[in-house]
Design a binder for this molecule. Structure first.
Ligand code: SF4
Length: 343
């Protein structure tokens, strides 16, 4: 199969049945992975602050700086959460919080350096998302290149592509006009790659985005990967509407699985297509048949939990599901510094 165009992807979405989508997705998956094997990680998202000035209308997590209920985790709080994660066998932490104007870049550099010093290579951590990185760099008055260098020098290896939701300027204007522009997002991510750090792509579906907007997001992601080869993986999850200003309804597991297939077919230059247990629970594993190869078992993410995500801590029970679908599941350790530098 040759690379599909946006028009061909649109046709597939509108007219291909599940069997055809699965067959095409498995063909692309097979270029990178054994057909019957899936990998996973046990991880924790640490939401270091819920104070945020971005005011995205799909978010149930944030409080404004002048409102009650805002918090910033202490270093001890962070360490305790990482210790808990190690105890259940996990080794990946993802820091994700609000756009808190009271936290300077030094706060982050000190926090990440202290985590690196305390845990060494027992854990790996995703320091921030590209969205937070844009905010931090702007607040500090630094270029993206200089801000990336500061984080890298503090021991950061990964700034992930989180906070992207749908990467079209129209979507940003409708739902998150104070967060970033699409152009800023990719300029920042390019600087992250050029600094030597690693990054990932993400996407969230199930708001009010059109099919064309989903396709534009995928096109921009594929173009960025063609240009930089910096994306380790692509993770798509689904919007949780509970407690948000925007509201709405959840999309079905079936729609999610078809979208994973379309993403695998379209993103032929991305090795890992990841399915979201955090937002799709049992339905997420069925997406392995639709082209995904990898997933997280998260033990905490306040952002999505506040909007209705349900976390199941019975990790063995969860792993029994892909096994029952015929997959061998193997733990994938977070990539360590030498691999990051050498890849
Ligand atoms: S999604 Fe992130 S940036 Fe947007 S309001 Fe929520 S915490 Fe802030």
């Amino acid at each position: 199969m040759t690379r599909v165009s946006v028009d061909e992807a649109r046709e597939l979405w509108l007219h291909a049945d599940d069997e055809e989508l699965m067959r095409l997705a498995q063909e692309v998956r097979g270029r990178y992975h054994d057909p019957d094997r899936a990998t996973y990680m046990v991880m924790r998202i640490i939401n270091y602050t819920n104070v945020c000035v971005a005011q995205c209308d799909y978010c149930a997590f944030y409080v404004l700086p002048n409102q009650n209920g805002g918090y910033v985790l202490s270093r001890e709080d962070v360490f305790a959460k990482i210790d808990d994660l190690l105890e259940v066998g996990g080794d990946l932490v993802a820091f994700n919080g609000g756009f808190n104007p009271k936290l300077p870049l030094d706060y982050y550099c000190d926090l990440f350096a202290s985590v690196r010093e305390r845990y060494g290579d027992r854990i790996e951590f995703y320091a921030l998302t590209v969205a937070e990185f844009v905010f931090l760099a702007d607040r500090a008055g630094l270029s993206y290149a200089d801000a990336a260098a500061r984080l890298r020098d503090a021991g950061v290896h990964w700034v992930t592509g989180g906070g992207s939701e749908i990467l079209t300027e129209d979507f940003r204007a409708r739902h998150a006009k104070w967060k970033y522009t699409v152009r800023d997002y990719f300029d920042a991510q390019r600087a992250i790659v050029e600094s030597g750090m690693r990054t990932t792509a993400t996407m969230v579906i199930g708001f009010d985005e059109t099919l064309d907007e989903r396709l534009e997001h995928l096109q921009r992601t594929r173009d960025f990967q063609d240009e930089t080869r910096g994306l380790f993986s692509f993770l798509c999850w689904t919007y949780k509407p509970y407690g948000t200003a925007f509201g709405g309804r959840e999309i079905s597991g079936h729609e999610y699985q078809r979208h994973i297939a379309l993403s695998r077919i379209f993103l032929d230059n991305v090795k890992h297509i990841r399915t979201s247990v955090l937002t799709q629970n049992e339905e997420a594993f069925r997406a392995l048949d639709f082209g995904a190869d990898d997933f997280d078992l998260p033990i905490e993410d306040e952002v999505t939990q506040k909007a209705g995500a349900r976390i199941d801590l019975d990790l063995e029970g969860l792993l029994a599901i892909p096994r029952s679908l015929g997959y061998t599941v193997e733990y994938r350790r977070a990539e360590r510094p030498a691999e990051v530098v050498g890849s």
